[in-house]
Design a protein around this ligand. Structure first.
Ligand code: NOJ
Length: 755
């Protein structure tokens, strides 16, 4: 009976979605049949807001021309228009002036919050808390949609291994499994269960594809990777986003094996639209259609338009090429109207699903905007997520948590009182200096005697505006003496060092990834007079901090945590929140190791550090260890965990059976704490070489002091599948190793056979 009911409700549900979908398809076709060619092309044209921009403005794309295009119905979308008043203004031009009155879809880079800022995405990934990540996206969507936005260019799901690349801050780090789950959580957060609700927005999986593999971590650089890496490492999070029902994809600036991604039909048509059945639309990146000329792939603008459309780009972001060239290309039979119809249908469908066609002003309600933007609910959520994103990297002699009474604390560092940097990059609509600083956060704990000095100054190169450049001083050491004097007087020094929020993000690749400016020198000078240092790092990428790892007793990775940054950090330093984050990206020992990542291949000469005395003929550096300073998955707690009773329920698996892998985890310390229990596998021999380890499961558990819990994972054949030498996604029979532990260094393994 129960089964029948379940089946019935499943049938009713799926058939109602089916009919809703059919209705939308019919509405799309009806509308399309009324459109002129120029109006169709207009839907494929996206302009930036006239009063703001995030890149070079196209030639001739001045405000007057854009205005006329809008009024003619030759614009399908605008980006960077925010706030109900402004959105309503542009929407009115489109709806009331154009012949068919098709509303615009309003896009925005809602990367980690709108006005209220959540931790940078890399930091959120460090929480390994998918519910928190979903909440962050949902809250950001709620706030942004209240301000008129209905489409975000997020999540960035690029897998990143090279910390020199500035955009590592925007993603979930180096692992495709974690990256896929985070991608799904963010899509679910942004889009919710009902896209037609005024509080949910369409999401974008970007940058399709392989932008995270730019050579040498240099921004906008070329990418040359094989199919093995493309399918096994780069594509899984995109696939996860597609499977989660994401509505749009954005392609990327880079070329991939010689083809600019913007025109890559293998990626956009064969894989995305055919193999994955993606029925949303693909937007180009900013000007990336035009950039194919500079790439040396398109002869001129018209050619670029042709290549982009044939390659599967449905919407042109700020190149103005589709609107000027597509009609000519049709006349010359270079592209067919069917290509255009397909793109327009995809775009219209999303507009219908968002509820925009039925009500162009669905997202334009001033009362809701006033109530929701900056509301307590959202601010409180940022604090929750921020705490969970912090990673404790070192804690010797239990210097942390700090005692709450009677301690003289010296707070030092260029970022310690800073209220801008913690907002990170891509905080486009946050008011400047609205983050709670560490100084403010620590002041809430009144039982201690707190003094502060900056030590090294920040330099504001361009003080205002989106393209703000802030650096950490490299010429002025006048603050050193005061910092050293303060350090001498106190019991504990808290130093807040790292990168300014504008030193990572788009266009911010760095060739050195140690502490910038005079910070390293300051740290060493302070440590010489008072070794009791808690180093709080704020950064948008893994940094080389080998000296600190050796000499400083406590290190807290606090990334850029957004609006509530200082409160989250203070709660962790004082033990009101027991840190539970784990690194989503390996921290290198030295720059020369980059890219360094846990799921590397074995090579033909893996050797083992220390076991090949005298030999140099194995895969290693002669002047550096192979292992990273802090591995993927690493993070400490104020308590300790012990793993025991590792067990597999069987030693054989078939296509239709599963294996239960279990382990008992005990909290062996004195306080309650959370642990991210991680399961890795290794396929030691296959038709194409496999990584030495691959994350395939994790569970976040919370244990009281002394408490134990059995943690189980269910492994199935599909967890063992990969893109193999036959260019198929499948599992190959043979031996598999399973590891369960606290981070990717875990050694203890059990073995089973896939039959
Ligand atoms: C360029 C960036 O690469 C992309 O991620 C972003 O969404 C667009 N600019 C729009 O701002």
């Amino acid at each position: 009976m129960k089964f029948k009911l379940l089946f019935l409700s499943f049938f009713v549900l799926s058939s109602s979605t089916f009919f809703a979908q059919q209705t939308i398809d019919k509405k799309v076709n009806d509308l399309l049949s009324k459109m002129t060619l120029k109006e169709k092309i207009g839907q494929m044209n996206q302009y930036n807001g006239f009063w703001n921009f995030t890149g070079p403005v196209p030639k001739g794309g001045d405000s007057k021309v854009k205005y006329d295009h809008l009024a003619n119905g030759w614009v399908g979308s605008m980006l960077n228009i925010t706030g109900v008043r402004e959105v309503r203004e542009v929407q009115k031009i489109a709806v009331e002036n154009s012949r068919l009155g098709i509303p615009l879809i309003i896009g925005f880079d809602l990367i980690h919050g709108y006005k209220t800022v959540f931790p940078i995405p890399l930091a959120e990934a460090a929480s390994w808390d998918l519910e928190a990540i979903r909440l962050s996206a949902a809250m950001a969507a709620k706030e942004a949609s209240a301000a008129g936005i209905n489409w975000t260019f997020a999540p960035m799901v690029d897998i990143t291994r090279d910390a020199r690349w500035g955009r590592v801050m925007e993603g979930a780090g180096e692992d495709p499994y974690l990256g896929s789950l985070v991608a799904r959580a963010r899509v679910e957060g942004f889009q919710g269960k009902d896209l037609g609700s005024p509080f949910t927005i369409a999401a974008t999986a970007k940058h399709f594809a392989a932008y995270g593999f730019v050579e040498a971590g240099k921004e906008y650089n070329t990418v040359d990777i094989g199919l093995n890496t493309l399918h096994n490492i780069v594509l899984p999070p995109f696939k996860a986003a597609a499977d989660a029902g994401i509505k749009t994809f954005m392609n990327s600036f880079n070329d991939l094996n010689g083809i600019p991604a913007t025109a890559d039909a293998y990626l956009q048509r064969d894989i995305l639209k055919k193999e994955w059945n993606f029925d949303g639309f693909v937007v180009s990146d900013w000007g990336s259609i035009r950039e194919m000329i500079a790439h040396g792939y398109a002869e001129n603008q018209k050619h670029a338009g042709e290549l982009a459309l044939l390659g599967g780009s449905d919407m042109d972001m700020e190149s103005s090429i589709y609107i000027y060239e597509l009609e000519k290309l049709i006349q010359e039979n270079k592209v067919s109207e069917a290509h255009i119809d397909d793109a327009v249908k995809r775009i219209l469908k999303v507009k219908f699903e968002l509820g925009l066609i039925d009500d162009p002003y669905l997202y334009c309600n001033e009362e809701i905007e006033a109530k929701i933007v900056g509301s307590k609910e959202i601010v409180d959520a940022t604090l929750e997520v921020a705490k969970k994103s912090i990673v404790l990297l070192k804690n010797e002699n239990e210097i942390l948590p700090l005692r709450k009474k009677g301690v003289k604390i010296g707070l030092i560092g260029p970022l310690a009182a800073d209220k801008s940097s913690p907002l990170g990059n891509w905080r486009i609509r946050a008011d400047n200096n609205t983050a709670i600083s560490v100084l403010e956060g620590l002041k809430n704990y009144k039982g201690n005697d707190l003094s502060y000095t900056q030590g090294v100054k920040l330099i504001n190169k361009i003080p205002e505006g989106f393209h703000e450049e802030v650096q950490i001083n490299t010429t002025d050491k006048t603050g050193f003496d005061e910092a050293i004097a303060l350090a001498k007087k106190v019991e504990v020094v808290v130093m807040v060092l790292g990168e300014h929020g504008f030193q990572s993000g788009e266009g911010r690749s760095r060739s050195k990834i140690d502490l910038p400016g005079f910070q390293q020198e300051l740290l060493e000078k302070v440590a010489a007079v008072n070794p009791n240092i808690v180093l709080v790092l704020m950064n948008g990428r893994p940094l080389v901090i080998s000296w600190a790892a050796e000499h400083i007793p406590a290190i807290v990775e606090a990334w850029q945590l957004g609006t509530q940054s200082g409160n989250a950090i203070a709660q962790v330093l004082y033990g009101d929140y027991n840190p539970s984050g784990k690194l989503p990206m390996s921290f290198p020992r030295s720059l020369g190791q980059v890219p360094v990542y846990y799921n590397h291949k074995s090579t033909g000469r893996p050797g083992t550090e220390g076991e090949e005395p005298g030999s140099v003929f194995w895969s290693h550096y002669t002047d550096e260890e192979n292992s990273p300073l802090y591995p993927f998955g690493f993070g400490l707690s104020y308590t300790t965990f012990e793993y025991s009773a590792f067990n597999l329920s069987a030693t054989e698996m078939t296509k239709n059976t599963s294996i239960e892998a279990s382990i008992v985890v005990k909290n062996t310390g004195k306080v309650k704490g959370k642990e991210v229990v991680q399961l890795y596998i290794q396929d030691p021999y296959a038709s194409a070489t496999r990584p030495v380890k691959e994350l395939k499961g994790f569970k976040v558990i919370e244990l009281e002091a002394g408490e134990s819990q059995k943690v189980t994972f269910n492994l199935k054949e599909k967890d063992l599948a990969f893109y193999n030498a036959k260019q198929k996604w499948e599992a190959e029979p043979g031996t598999f190793h399973v590891f369960i532990g606290t981070d990717s260094k875990v050694k203890q393994k059990l073995t089973f056979e896939l039959k």
